[in-house]
Design a binder for this molecule. Structure first.
Ligand SMILES: [Zn+2]
Length: 255
């Protein structure tokens, strides 16, 4: 009797989790209203130069994102004039749990749970209500610095995005923000994890181009513009990227 009851309760929990996951995916990919992506700036290292940059930071640093997604969605015939709205929220002072480096499945699950708990506790209230929460970790501009890997989670619809605290870097920062945003809508990476080279054909902005290389733009989820078989460069701004057909299917722009 008790055993049956226990199984019934477990089954109900499982169904609720499955239902919530399905519902959040449906909400993310139905595109019946603009999706609100709220940005929370954080000073990752606590240095004074980054503080000064963040004190002056306003919406102009993110002004390219809304028109970019409007144009990209329109090119796939999405009948929604504004698919995304980006909102700059107050700064967050607490640091999120750092992303594990070992790449193991268990530590990834544990980090994802801790991250969602941290976000639930530390996110300041903002209006309109966010659909997606992106925590922007700002780092000082030091030549030669390689930023830690950014992460966007579809489950929980949040992301940790590493960016530079510099006006000159705002173009490339927006590319990283756009990339991680689409992860929260279910898009997958389209580059080779070992070499970081875009995968053909899905990671190419124009896979039908002849000759195939060099390409002039990057597919957003491939992240780089392929120049030669073994050479690619990081785009300087959203104008050098497009959302490819494979990504458009993954995020529900093309049914
Ligand atoms: Zn990615």
């Amino acid at each position: 009797m008790f055993k049956n009851l226990r199984i019934l309760i477990l089954l109900m929990i499982l169904l609720t989790v499955a239902g919530t996951t399905w519902l959040s995916r449906w909400q993310a990919q139905s595109w019946t209203r603009p999706q609100v992506v709220t940005l929370y700036p954080i000073n990752a290292g606590g240095d004074a130069a980054t503080d000064a940059y963040l004190d002056r930071l306003d919406e102009s640093a993110f002004a390219g994102l809304e028109p970019y997604f409007r144009e990209q969605a329109a090119s796939f015939g999405l009948p929604l004039s504004q698919p995304m709205r980006f909102v700059l929220a107050r700064r967050v002072r607490a640091l999120p749990p750092s992303v594990p480096r070992d790449g193991g499945a268990l530590s990834a699950i544990s980090w994802s749970l801790r991250m969602r708990w941290w976000a639930w506790r530390e996110t300041p209230p903002s209006s309109p209500k966010p659909d997606v929460r992106l925590y922007l970790l700002y780092h000082p501009v030091v030549p030669g610095t390689v930023l830690p890997h950014s992460t966007g989670l579809e489950k929980g619809r949040l992301g940790l995005v590493n960016v530079f605290a510099g006006r000159a870097q705002e173009g490339s920062n927006q590319v990283v923000i756009a990339h991680e945003t689409l992860h929260t809508f279910g898009a997958t990476d389209k580059y080779d994890l070992g070499s970081l080279m875009p995968r053909f054909p899905e990671g190419y902005a124009d896979p039908r181009r002849e000759p195939r290389l060099p390409q002039s733009q990057a597919e957003l989820m491939a992240g780089r513009i392929p120049l030669r078989e073994d050479q690619a460069r990081i785009p300087g701004g959203l104008g050098e990227t497009v959302v490819g057909a494979g990504t458009a299917v993954e995020i529900g722009w093309v049914k």
